[in-house]
Design a protein around this ligand. Structure first.
Ligand SMILES: [Zn+2]
Length: 324
């Protein structure tokens, strides 16, 4: 069997309704505590490493004010200057903004970061597939359609400190379509990895709902539609599960009125899995319990002996026929 985790950035427990969104609630759902960063709100940059390691940010080391944001190539020069000119608190705020700015390539810390520091993750030692997980980048050379869309949003998603949610969009309808495309791409990749039957753990992630939340605070209809569509996408993913597979939905924080809130959520098709899960640090343990409970044997479509004639028998027959 396969354990499938779908990470949905900013999936908010207050906005998920068991009647309207049965597939976002699955068999059991819980609101859980999350961790506020030094910028004053929960941070995507810090929290996905927490979810995959079970460690708080100061232990896994990927924290907003560690300078990671400043390693962004676009800011190499600015950061040198900033070291001298800006107080730490302002640097942290700007760093948080940089990491959320779609024009830059954010959350690209390679997967090797963890092993190099002796930090274990939920992916270690099993047949696993990580799809777009922030700051766990398996192949730093490649990106997918969600990455490309995020990088090229331009004025569809622009930082505006004066706007209520801190962002504006030049065209909300087109912005919505692009965010939904991001969500669909990542759900589709997650489904594909599940259907391949090659993994004990498939962990997909999408940031589309977070982006929508940042600009749709004064458009409840848009936000509700996004939750409704996500519910349908998760239903399609759940349709690919076999009886002994497990699906877990998880978020890093909520999002209301354009701002991250201090609550996250988790849901699962296996209710018992969520026993004792009250905090984002508990997610890793729950995923590992699900993996331990399962019998896993990969379906070897490509490795097994081809049925019918082996290579020797083909050679014999060709010999018999006088071709060899
Ligand atoms: Zn986030």
């Amino acid at each position: 069997m396969t354990v499938v985790v779908l990470g949905v950035d900013a999936l908010d427990p207050d906005l998920v309704d068991p009647v309207d969104h049965p597939h976002l609630c699955l068999e059991r759902h819980e609101r859980i505590e999350t961790i506020v960063s030094s910028a004053g709100e929960p941070s995507t940059h810090e929290l996905w490493p927490t979810i995959i390691t079970g460690l708080p940010p100061d232990e896994h080391g990927l924290v907003l004010d560690d300078g990671v944001a400043w390693e962004n190539p676009a800011l190499n020069f600015a950061s040198t200057v900033a070291d001298y000119m800006l107080p730490e608190s302002i640097r942290t705020k700007i760093g948080a903004w940089l990491l959320n700015n779609t024009a830059e390539d954010a959350f690209r810390v390679p997967a090797t970061y963890y092993a190099e520091r002796g930090i274990s993750t939920v992916f270690d030692g099993i047949a696993s597939k990580a799809i777009g997980v922030p700051n766990y980048v398996v192949d730093t050379e490649s990106d997918d359609r969600e990455h490309q869309l995020r990088r090229n949003m331009g004025d569809l998603f622009e930082r505006d400190p004066d706007a209520k949610g801190g962002h504006t969009s030049a065209n909300v309808a087109e912005f919505y379509e692009q965010c939904l495309e991001m969500m669909m791409i990542r759900v589709a990749r997650t489904r594909r990895a599940l259907r391949s039957r090659q993994y004990e753990l498939v962990f997909g992630y999408t940031s589309g709902l977070d982006l929508i939340g940042h600009v749709s605070h004064d458009r409840p209809k848009v936000r509700n539609r996004a939750y409704g569509e996500l519910d349908q996408l998760v239903a399609e993913l759940a349709g690919d599960l076999r009886a002994d597979d497990t699906l877990v939905l998880v978020s890093d924080h909520g999002l209301q009125n354009g701002l991250h809130t201090d609550e996250a959520m988790v849901a699962s098709t296996t209710p018992g899995l969520l026993e004792g899960v009250t905090d984002v640090r508990d997610i890793r343990g729950a995923i590992e319990r699900a993996i331990r409970q399962s019998d896993y044997s990969p379906e070897s479509l490509w490795d097994e002996q081809r049925s019918g004639a082996s290579a020797e028998r083909v050679a014999e027959q060709l010999e018999d026929l006088g071709y060899m």
